[in-house]
Design a protein around this ligand. Structure first.
Ligand SMILES: CC(C)(COP(=O)(O)OP(=O)(O)OC[C@H]1O[C@@H](n2cnc3c(N)ncnc32)[C@H](O)[C@@H]1OP(=O)(O)O)[C@@H](O)C(=O)NCCC(=O)NCCS
Length: 159
């Protein structure tokens, strides 16, 4: 029987699993682009990052859980930003988004983004954006399918 995957708010007891998925995302970013080479002790930093986010008023984390296996298989983290000069003023930014490779292509990513949109809207956000390294063409296809369009550019120059 196919297992059911449900999306819910992350809790304290999920810190280890969520941090593991976020560490995988950062390692992947490093493989895609040398400007995103992960720092050492990635897992420890990810645990601290997740724990801080759970205690923050300006961020939230949702997880996708395989209920039969009792396993967290996907995560999305969103930050709320006050765009002081613009309307709509509150922007939701997807800062971290990862589905375990064994669970991809099953519309779990879509479900996570849809639930994140609902939660962001309920918290007053008027638009949602996503940030990821330039070379991630899977994310390009995914977000395009989800109706996202380019909003602004971030240029860089090594120093
Ligand atoms: C991006 C990611 C989260 C997508 O998760 P997923 O659960 O496999 O995606 P879904 O099954 O919900 O796919 C949703 C849509 O995106 C499209 N899509 C997903 N993966 C795709 C791929 N590899 N190539 C092309 N299109 C893709 C699907 O066709 C689908 O469209 P549809 O629903 O209209 O048919 C997943 O590939 C992942 O974790 N990648 C590594 C981390 C990453 O790149 N994160 C994003 C930037 S932070």
């Amino acid at each position: 029987m196919a297992s059911r995957v449900a999306v819910r708010r992350a809790q304290e007891r999920d810190v280890e699993s969520v941090a593991g998925l976020i560490a995988r995302l950062k390692a992947l970013n490093g493989e895609l682009d040398p400007h995103f080479l992960p720092a050492g002790d990635l897992e420890a930093r990810a645990r601290e990052y997740v724990a801080k986010s759970l205690g923050s008023d300006n961020a939230f984390i949702l997880v996708a859980e395989d209920e039969q296996a009792g396993r967290i298989v996907g995560v999305i983290r969103v930050e709320l930003v006050d765009r002081v000069f613009y309307k709509p003023r509150i922007k939701a930014v997807i800062t971290d988004f990862y589905v375990h490779p064994a669970y991809r292509g099953k519309r779990i990513g879509r479900l996570l983004v849809e639930k994140a949109q609902e939660e962001a809207k309920a918290r007053g956000a008027g638009l949602i954006t996503a940030v990821y390294p330039e070379g991630n063409i899977i994310a390009d296809s995914f977000y395009s399918r989800m109706g996202f369009r380019p909003l602004q550019k971030e240029l860089y120059k090594p120093l």
